[in-house]
Write a protein that binds this ligand. Structure first.
Ligand SMILES: Nc1ncnc2c1ncn2[C@@H]1O[C@H](COP(=O)(O)OP(=O)(O)O)[C@@H](O)[C@H]1O
Ligand SMILES: [Mg+2]
Length: 263
């Protein structure tokens, strides 16, 4: 069995009286691309925030790279934070910063290059990540408002990769993109996954993107993970007749997955 990189056990989330998660369990393994899919408003983003320590769950434990992330000393938390990158749903770039300074931000903030980070070193790393995500050197001086939706996602990805991430979290990487740009981004993510040997945990309602990238899937519905496992087992197994999964996979929405995993 390969190494576990993310482990969620008995997680519960309440907003006042609304219960978003009850007894959520999830395991992600090194090298895999795990896609969390499910109904809109089902708590996918919230779960990702709880996995990355941005939000504390009402109950349960989250271990990332072996550490209980909601019970860490800040120093340990910072050290751990250098080992993953996160791509937020809306890109979440700093609008007042140039592309260059957006990508440099985690390097400076987390001091990944040591306490007295050399500007030349930062420069080389920023330009490398920019090139890696298919951007041009001259884009470094632009501000987010001057970028297209696809470019914003690429810069956000470059920023997520600025640290030497071994684990990447993606929240709806293709949302808001036109189909052609979305498929280009899938291809870039697949290349990066292959080249860097990263583990990826992604949230997406774009099943074409899931079909292109993921090998494992977790279905979040009815406040729980109702299925977790290899995609082909979900597509070919009895679980495919679960009403929620059936609805998720039918019609044009699920076509890419059905075509990729015919049963
Ligand atoms: N900070 C918050 N306060 C109250 N309710 C929230 C908050 N964040 C999310 N929710 C609610 O939790 C549910 C799940 O939201 P979210 O995790 O964004 O779902 P998804 O990403 O699956 O679409 C929604 O009903 C949403 O309104
Ligand atoms: Mg969401």
């Amino acid at each position: 069995m390969s190494e576990v990189v993310v482990e969620v056990r008995g997680l519960e989330t309440r907003f006042g009286r609304a219960v978003v998660h009850r007894d959520v369990n999830l395991t992600a393994y090194r090298g895999d691309v795990l896609a969390i899919i499910g109904t809109t408003g089902g708590g996918k983003t919230t779960l990702l925030h709880e996995i990355t320590g941005l939000r504390r769950p009402s109950a349960g434990t989250v271990r990332v790279l072996g550490k209980d992330i909601h019970n860490l000393h800040w120093r340990e938390a910072r050290a751990l934070r250098k080992r993953w990158g996160m791509l937020f749903q809306q890109g979440a770039l700093f609008s007042a910063f140039t592309v260059y300074n957006n990508i440099a931000f985690p390097l400076r903030e987390l001091r990944t290059l040591g306490e007295a980070a050399d500007e030349r070193l930062i420069h080389d790393l920023v330009m490398l990540k920019l090139a890696m995500t298919g951007m041009q050197p001259e884009d470094a001086n632009k501000r987010p408002a001057e970028l297209s939706g696809g470019m914003i996602k690429r810069v956000a990805l470059a920023r997520a990769l600025a640290v030497e991430a071994e684990l990447l979290f993606l929240d709806e990487p293709t949302s808001g993109l036109d189909p052609v740009t979305a498929r280009d981004l899938d291809k870039l993510l697949a290349d990066i996954h292959g080249e860097l040997g990263l583990s990826i945990v992604m949230v997406s309602h774009d099943l074409e993107s899931v079909a292109a990238l993921a090998n494992r899937v977790a279905v979040l519905a009815e406040q729980r993970i109702i299925y977790e496992g290899p995609i082909e087992e979900m597509m070919g197994g009895e679980v495919a007749s679960h009403p929620v999964i059936k609805r998720l996979l039918e019609g044009s929405r699920g076509a890419a997955l059905r075509n990729r995993y015919p049963n």
